[in-house]
Design a binder for this molecule. Structure first.
Ligand SMILES: [Zn+2]
Ligand SMILES: [Zn+2]
Length: 258
């Protein structure tokens, strides 16, 4: 992209903080540095394939101050006596702001991405022993509840503002899996665990009461299966004569719902 700068003469009442933005490809600075060096030394051996750039842009890219470079390239005089013509009196040219606020002298703050790692949830899920997880049958039922919860979140949003947000954004499949994996933890330790585990999902985080209600509704469907499973285990123990350990009964849900 090639942009030539000039002393801007735009309507300052409309454009308050006029600035030029130069979009550069990755590695443009390194490329510009090689071009400048070749220009200064006459040695083109270090130039790489594709090392072509308008020389004024090249100089701008490596300049310690963009405004000084702009003035240099266009021979703008900082100290020239103010023009007294009616146009300039009415609409005085922009004078340099001191200290300079160009992006070289005052680098723009780069927003730091706050880590909201799903990793927290993933490691929490890993800590839950197999014996404390939902059985396959319970998994299917709980998942149905989560899918309708997702639909409810979607429906509750205003179509005018959120119409383009896809259904899956509200509760991605990965989060549904995490809810199912950490189900017992979420249910027994409530809000605290939900905040800790699902800090990456604002839909859950900002509507914890709603989410807890969904868990409780799902529990009503799951509790009978849980009881049946516990009974099966009890009978199994009684007939086999030795206790079945958790490791021998994968996907077996023995959480105490009382
Ligand atoms: Zn500057
Ligand atoms: Zn003038």
């Amino acid at each position: 992209m090639l942009i030539q700068y000039e002393r801007p003469g735009r309507d300052k009442s409309k454009v308050k903080h006029l600035c030029a933005i130069l979009y550069l490809p990755v590695a443009a600075e390194a490329r510009a540095a090689r071009i400048i060096e070749a220009e200064n030394t006459g040695d083109k051996s270090k130039l790489q394939k594709g090392d072509t750039m308008d020389i004024s842009i090249t100089k701008m890219v490596v300049a310690p101050c963009n405004e000084d470079e702009q003035d240099r390239q266009y021979d703008n005089q900082r100290n020239e006596a103010p023009c007294l013509c009616s146009t300039c009196l009415e609409n005085p040219p922009i004078s340099k702001i001191l200290p300079c606020n160009c992006s070289r002298c005052l680098p723009e703050p780069v927003p730091i991405k706050k880590p909201k790692p799903r990793a927290v949830a993933e490691s929490a899920a890993l800590m839950i022993p197999q014996s404390e997880r939902l059985s396959k049958a319970m998994h299917v039922i709980a998942k149905e509840h989560m899918l309708s919860y997702r639909l409810a979140l979607f429906d509750a949003k205003d179509e005018r503002t959120s119409g383009f947000t896809p259904l899956t954004s509200y509760l991605p499949a990965k989060d549904i899996q995490l809810i199912l994996d950490t189900y017992t933890l979420l249910l027994t330790n409530g809000e605290l665990q939900i905040c800790r585990i699902f800090a990456h999902n604002n839909y859950i985080l900002y509507n914890i009461d709603g989410f807890v209600k969904v868990l409780q509704t799902a529990e009503k469907d799951l509790a009978p299966i849980c009881t049946a499973n516990q009974e099966k285990e009890r009978v199994g123990r009684a007939t086999s004569g030795y206790p079945i350990s958790g490791a021998l009964s994968p996907n077996y849900f023995v959480h105490n719902w009382g």
